[in-house]
Ligand binder design. Structure first.
Ligand SMILES: Cc1cc2nc3c(=O)[nH]c(=O)nc-3n(C[C@H](O)[C@H](O)[C@H](O)COP(=O)(O)O)c2cc1C
Length: 466
């Protein structure tokens, strides 16, 4: 069995900016693993700067590549914050290759998030989705410049990433294959990144790589095919908040349903001899103890941290969720259509929100994280997202069926953390996700309106018995 010096409790990475540096810092301080989300973090960083956020400014002033920090501050920082009615300036959209300006923003933003999370000591990881592969190389480099301790990645099979971490830590150039729909066999597309073009001077710490998986077959594939070492696995069930792995096909059953086939065979997994953490409804009574007795190193918990005081979710939205939860059980369901990734996504039904419903919002695509690259008839790369304007999506060769029920996760999730874009004709609607088990919330808010990350950790460690 491989050994790994990471704590029992992992606070799951939650994008966009739900597990921000404040939450990860609060968790890391207690000796558990705090995890920031690297997803869309460059747009988060520049929106914070446009709001006059001094913590982000401080982090940038500590960024080792001074010329990049100066350019970003000059372009985006507004000491008094932008005017309320003023829309946020946007980062360039990801493409193959990335624009230099975007690479610089990615390195800086990932650095800042990890730098701030590590300020009170302890171990800090960063979470990415393999599906959002275009920005990954500079993002990983930025996180490593800040000394990130672990990289956690799911939503795909990240075979190339362990090797990339080795190369980045040694200051070697690296590349990452990017899927392009319509490309023929042998026609491959890559993002390339050379740390020597930046400030690389000495070896950077190589973070532990933890793959988030939902099947032992994927774990086996990763172990067999990964270009570098994998230090451990998070086994995440389909009860977890955020995206879930798509259900496996069962004869005679709709593809839009989970079955017993979607559970990991733990006994088989354990034969692989890797450290693992269990995730998905592990904030229940005695869950940590149960996981340990099954041979796990510990648990990864998301939802219980997502609604605590230090979470990035807008304070008024959190308060509303806690209030509604006192009145009635919240309706948390798996939406198989909402996410443009095509992966199932857990949603809390907001019966109380009378503003724009996410399915009614005008289909503007200006963040583009979930755009896929595809070749047009002229052999040029185009980018399309099934949640963008249906007309544009169809013009780029997309299918009408793929657009139905899709929601703009990029804009909605930014609205959830209080950084929604300002529009003339509608308010960006927040989108709330949580795992199926929400029973921790009543327990944590029994006699109070709020709770902290430390309350969550105490509850998990005490198994609720106190
Ligand atoms: C608000 C929210 C956002 C999430 N975002 C991500 C993400 O960006 N990447 C990821 O790998 N997992 C994400 N997750 C999953 C968590 O990291 C964690 O594995 C999961 O929440 C565990 O299940 P639980 O919610 O029952 O505790 C998210 C979960 C929540 C609740």
């Amino acid at each position: 069995m491989k050994t790994l010096n990471l704590p029992q409790i992992i606070q799951g990475g939650m994008g966009i900016a739900v597990s921000d540096w404040k939450l990860a810092k609060a968790v890391a301080k207690t000796g558990q693993l705090g995890v920031v989300s690297g997803t869309a973090i460059e747009n988060v960083m520049i929106r914070r700067l446009q709001n006059g956020d001094n913590q982000t400014l401080k982090a940038l002033l500590n960024f080792p590549i001074k010329s990049i920090a100066e350019t970003i501050i000059k372009k985006y920082y507004l000491a008094d914050g932008k005017k309320e009615a003023q829309p946020y300036r946007l980062a360039p959209l990801a493409s193959i290759p990335l624009k230099n300006e975007l690479s610089d923003l990615l390195i800086a933003a990932n650095f800042c998030e990890v730098f701030l999370a590590k300020e009170a000591g302890g171990k800090v990881g960063i979470n990415y989705l393999e599906k959002i592969s275009m920005p990954l190389l500079p993002a990983l480099y930025g996180a490593m410049l800040a000394g990130v301790d672990a990289v956690l990645m799911g939503a795909g099979i990240p075979v190339a990433i362990p090797g990339v971490l080795d190369q980045l830590s040694q200051g070697e150039p690296c590349r990452l294959a990017i899927p392009v729909t319509g490309a023929t066999k042998g026609q491959e597309y890559f993002q390339e990144f050379d740390p020597k073009e930046y400030s690389w001077e000495s070896p950077l710490k190589r973070p532990a790589f933890l793959a988030i998986i939902s099947s032992e077959i994927v774990a086996k594939t990763l172990i067999k095919r990964a270009a570098g070492s994998i230090e451990g696995f998070i086994i995440e069930s389909h009860h977890a908040g955020g995206h879930n792995a798509p259900p496996r096909k069962v004869k005679g059953q709709a593809i839009h349903a989970f079955s017993s086939k979607d559970s990991v065979d733990l006994e088989r997994f354990k034969k692989l001899n890797y450290p693992f953490w269990l995730a998905g409804s592990y904030a229940k009574q005695n869950a940590l103890e149960d996981a340990l007795s099954l041979g796990a190193n510990g648990i990864q918990v998301g939802s219980a941290f997502a609604y605590c005081e230090e979470s990035g979710i807008d304070a008024s939205i959190r308060a509303q969720v806690i209030e509604e939860n006192h009145k009635h059980n919240l309706d948390i369901y798996t939406d198989f259509k909402a996410s443009p990734t095509g992966y199932p996504f857990k949603i809390i039904k907001q019966t109380w929100n009378s503003k724009t419903s996410p399915t009614e919002r005008r289909r503007v695509c200006d963040l583009g994280y979930l755009r896929e690259a595809n070749l047009n008839d002229n052999g040029e790369i185009e980018y399309r997202c099934p949640a963008e304007s249906t007309k544009n999506y169809l013009a780029k060769g997309g299918n009408l069926e793929d657009t139905q029920g899709r929601q703009c996760l990029c804009n909605s999730l930014l609205a959830t953390v209080g950084l929604g874009q300002v529009r003339k004709d509608f308010v960006e609607p927040p989108l709330l996700t949580a795992g199926e088990d929400f029973s921790f919330l009543s327990r944590l808010t029994e006699n109070k309106k709020n709770y902290t990350a430390v309350d969550v950790i105490d509850m998990l460690k005490q198994g609720w018995l106190k």
